[in-house]
Design a protein around this ligand. Structure first.
Ligand code: NAD
Length: 479
C-alpha cells in the first residue's frame, strides 16, 4: 500500500477480485517534485494471462445479467466516484501533474458521468424488429467477451472510463492496462467497483510496462475486443499483435490539429481559443497545435496572443490558481525540448517561450509559440504533446483548407469565423473526426469520437461504443 496525498492506494494488480503482487515493482514518480510516490507491481505475461482467465470466467454470468442490473451497478460505481471525488482528484494530480482545479471541477465529475451516461444509453438501445416475407428479424446487441483496454497517461481515469463504462454496460468483462507513468487512479477505481458490488472478475487491472504486460494482453486469443488510446507507434505494435487473432480494434491516436482563424473572426474569441490549446501543459490529443491565421490579421492576432499567454500562471498544479502545471516525465520533457531545439535550428522563431521554465526548474516547460515555420518542417508535422504551438499564415479559404488537411493526422479541427456560410463550406472539406466552430472541447458522449487518417480507427460514443463492444446479431424467425 502507498499513501499518496493522504490517500491509501494499493500498488498491486486487481485480478479476479483479489489483489495480486508481482516479484518486481516499478517506481511511480510524481512530475510535481520528482518524488517516488508508489512502487507498483510490474506485471508480465503471467499476470496478463491470469487477468484474461479471470475475466473469461466471470463473463458468462455477467453477460446474462439484465440490462437493468448492469445499469444499476454502473450507477453505483458513479456514486462511488462522486463519494471519493476529492481523493481521486488529488491522487491523479500527484500522479500526472494535471491541474487539481480541472480534476475537481471537470474531470472527475465527468468520470462519474461516463458511467451514468453509458448505463442510461444501454437502456435506450433498440432491439430492431422487422418483417421479411412473414419472417420476423430480431436484431440484438450481444456482449462480445473479454475486452482489453489500454490507456495513456494524459487523462488517465477519464480516458479509461470512456472505455470501461460502455464495455461493462454491453455485458463484457474488462482487463484494463493503465499507463505505467500514471497507474494509481485505476487502482482506486478497482476499490470503488468492489464497494459498488461488481462481481469478482468483471473488472480487472494489470499494472506494468506496455511491452511487458500490455503486449501479451493484446496478443491473447481469448480477448474479443481491444480498445487502445495512445500513440501511433504503439498502435502499430498492437495492430500487429491483434492481426493473427483478427481481434477487433478501436484506436484513438495522436493528432496535429489545425486551429484556423479567419479575418472575419471575433479576434478576442480566437485568441482565447488559441491560448486554451496550452491546456494540460499541451498534453491533449485534440489540441489545435497548428494555428493557421489569415494574413491580414496575423500581426494583431500574434500581439494579442502574446499578451493573453503572459497572463497564464505556471506552477504547482495543486494550487487552484495555477493554469499550467508540469509535463509528465523527464523522458517526455526531454522529448519536448528536443522538438523545440530542432525547430530553432531549422530557423523557426519562438515568439514566446522556447525552453524550460528555469525559474521553476523541474518539469515545467514554458508555453511556446513559433512563427517562421516551414510547411514541411518537423515542428509543423510531428505531434509534440507539450505546450508548443506553431503559427502559419494563409491568404485564401482554399489555402486554409489545404494547409489544415496537409497532415497525416485527422483527429480534430477548430475554426474561428464570423461567417456561418464560410463555416459550412470549410467544415465540409476538413478531414477530422471532430470539428469545432467558434468553440473548443465541447464533447457530448452521444457524439461519435475518433480520428481520420493516422489519428485512429473506429468511433466511440453513444451507439458507436455499443457497436464496437457488442456482437450485433440478427435472428430470423420463420412464420
Ligand atoms: P503510448 O502509446 O506510449 O502508450 C499508451 C499505452 O500503451 C500505455 O499504457 C503503454 O503502456 C501501452 N503500451 C505501450 N506499448 C505497448 C505494447 N507493445 N502493447 C500493448 N500496450 C502497449 O502513448 P502515451 O505516451 O501514453 O500517450 C500519448 C499519446 O496518446 C499521444 O500520441 C496522444 O495524442 C495520444 N492520445 C490520444 C487520444 C485520443 O483520444 N485520440 C487521447 C489521449 C491521448
Amino acid at each position: 500500500m502507498a499513501t499518496v496525498a493522504d490517500v491509501t492506494v494499493h500498488e498491486g494488480h486487481w485480478i479476479g477480485g483479489e489483489r495480486v503482487s508481482s516479484p518486481v515493482a516499478f517506481e511511480d514518480v510524481s512530475p510535481i517534485d520528482g518524488q517516488v510516490i508508489a512502487r507498483v507491481a510490474r506485471g508480465g505475461a503471467e499476470e496478463a494471462a491470469a487477468a484474461v482467465s479471470a475475466a473469461e470466467r466471470a463473463f458468462p454470468a455477467w453477460a446474462r445479467t439484465t440490462r437493468e442490473e448492469r445499469a444499476r451497478l454502473l450507477h453505483a460505481i458513479a456514486d462511488g466516484v462522486e463519494k471519493r471525488l476529492e481523493q481521486l482528484a488529488i491522487v491523479e494530480t500527484t500522479d500526472n501533474g494535471a491541474l487539481l482545479r480541472s480534476h475537481l471541477r471537470g474531470v472527475m465529475p465527468r468520470v462519474a458521468h461516463n458511467f451514468r451516461f453509458f448505463a442510461d444509453w444501454l437502456l435506450t438501445l433498440g432491439h430492431d424488429e422487422f418483417d421479411t416475407r412473414g419472417h420476423r428479424n430480431h436484431v440484438s446487441w450481444d456482449p462480445a467477451g473479454v475486452c482489453a483496454l489500454i490507456t495513456p497517461w494524459n487523462a488517465p481515469l477519464m480516458l479509461a472510463t470512456w472505455k470501461i463504462a460502455p464495455a461493462l454496460a454491453a455485458g463484457n468483462t474488462v482487463v484494463l492496462k493503465p499507463a505505467e507513468w500514471t497507474p494509481l487512479t485505476a487502482s482506486l477505481l478497482a476499490d470503488i467497483t468492489v464497494e459498488a458490488g461488481l462481481p469478482d472478475g468483471v473488472f480487472n487491472v494489470v499494472q506494468g510496462y506496455g511491452e511487458e504486460v500490455g503486449a501479451p494482453l493484446v496478443a491473447d486469443p481469448r480477448v474479443r475486443r481491444i480498445s487502445f488510446t495512445g500513440s501511433v507507434p504503439t498502435a502499430r505494435h498492437i495492430a500487429a499483435a491483434a492481426a493473427p487473432n483478427l481481434t477487433p480494434l478501436s484506436l484513438e491516436l495522436g493528432g496535429k490539429s489545425p486551429l484556423i482563424v479567419f479575418a472575419d473572426a471575433d479576434l478576442d474569441l480566437a485568441v482565447d481559443l488559441a491560448v486554451e490549446q496550452y491546456d494540460n501543459a499541451g498534453q491533449v490529443c485534440l489540441a489545435g497545435t497548428r494555428l493557421l491565421v489569415q494574413e491580414e490579421i496575423a500581426a494583431e492576432f500574434t500581439e494579442r496572443f502574446v499578451v493573453k499567454a503572459a497572463t497564464l500562471r505556471q506552477g504547482d498544479p495543486r494550487d487552484l490558481s495555477t493554469d499550467i502545471g508540469p509535463n509528465i516525465h523527464r523522458e517526455h520533457f526531454a522529448r519536448i525540448d528536443g522538438f523545440v531545439r530542432r525547430a530553432v535550428e531549422a530557423g523557426a522563431t519562438p515568439v514566446i517561450g522556447g525552453g524550460p521554465n528555469t525559474d521553476l526548474g523541474g518539469l515545467y516547460y514554458r508555453p511556446t509559440l513559433f512563427t517562421g515555420v516551414a510547411a514541411d518542417s518537423e515542428i509543423v508535422n510531428e505531434e509534440v504533446f507539450g505546450p508548443v504551438l506553431t503559427l502559419q499564415t494563409f491568404r485564401t479559404e482554399e489555402e486554409a483548407v489545404e494547409l489544415a488537411n496537409s497532415t497525416r493526422f485527422g483527429l480534430a479541427a477548430t475554426l474561428a469565423t464570423g461567417s456561418p456560410e464560410r463555416a459550412e463550406r470549410v467544415t465540409a472539406r476538413l478531414v477530422a473526426g471532430t470539428v469545432w466552430v467558434n468553440c473548443f472541447f465541447v464533447r457530448d458522449l452521444q457524439a461519435p469520437f475518433g480520428g481520420a487518417r493516422q489519428s485512429g480507427m473506429g468511433r466511440e460514443g453513444g451507439d458507436w461504443s455499443f457497436d464496437f463492444y457488442c456482437d450485433v446479431k440478427n435472428t430470423v424467425f420463420a412464420p
